[in-house]
Design a protein around this ligand. Sequence first.
Ligand code: SF4
Length: 328
Amino acid sequence: MKQRVFSGARPTGRQHIGNYLGAIRNYVKLQEEYDCIYCIVDIHALTSLEDTDKLQDNIYEMMLDWLAAGLDPQKSILFVQSHVPEVMELHTLLSMVTPLGWLLRVPTFKEKARMQPENVNYGLVGYPVLMTADIVLYKGEVVPVGEDQLPHLELAREITRRFNSIFGYTFPEPQAKLTSFPLVVGLNGTQKMGKTYDNYIELAATPEETLKLVMTAVTDPARQYRSDPGHPEVCNVYNLQNFFNPSHVDKIAAECRSASIGCVDCKKLLAQGVNSELEAFRERRAGFAARSQYVTDVLADGARRAQAIAKETLAEVKEKMGLLPRAI
Ligand code: SF4
């Protein structure tokens, strides 16, 4: 029996190369070793109530990227969180065993409350309970996380332990599968690549769009003129070359230091690397997009398979919590 992996990601629409290098690539690899369940967590996206009119488009575009990157509905369950409403029921039941103090201490809650003081809703504070419900509803045993997400998973483990100790063993305690996600800095050279800072390259961008975006990337600020020697170790274009032109990086570093390559040529090389790495991905994506019903069918099948597991778990939970009517 393979162990079960569960992971959820917010519906952020078209994915960028930071998402790919940081998470999607790893999701694809895990399919070979584990029984994987990957979920687009649309309910979590409602805590900030941003752009809900784009929610369905974002789910569709994100799913196209996941499928084109190699997430395979034959190997993994791929579905949307709200399509299996049992998760909301389990969230309520788990909230009964979760002390409020645990939730109010979560650093991301405090940060979000600071960022949106006009909308400090229950969803923000209850987020770790819903996240726990996401995992344990499917009896997830392994959760791929980066170091920064460990505290969230620890809280999920505490809630699970508490439920098990009150009502008897029901859920496996989810274990972290620590993954060293590379830090992919955005085109502005300062923040992590992401939509918040508009510093990203979409996986689905055309080769021309990719080149145009790469040309805007910030490089070594000390390199004012073509003849100035550069410092690749502080240059984000060089950092990205490591992912997309790994066999050229030593040469690029030497040529940058001796000013024998200019930033424009270096960026052209990077764009070529990105475009050649993503060529097959982009073809597959276009193929899936041309079959308009395909994504809907994959998600419907994923929800059906996920719900079969969810119903069993919820029945067990209700039975243990004394919620099932007594048989006469
Ligand atoms: S040549 Fe390349 S590595 Fe050197 S500063 Fe310019 S973009 Fe960066």
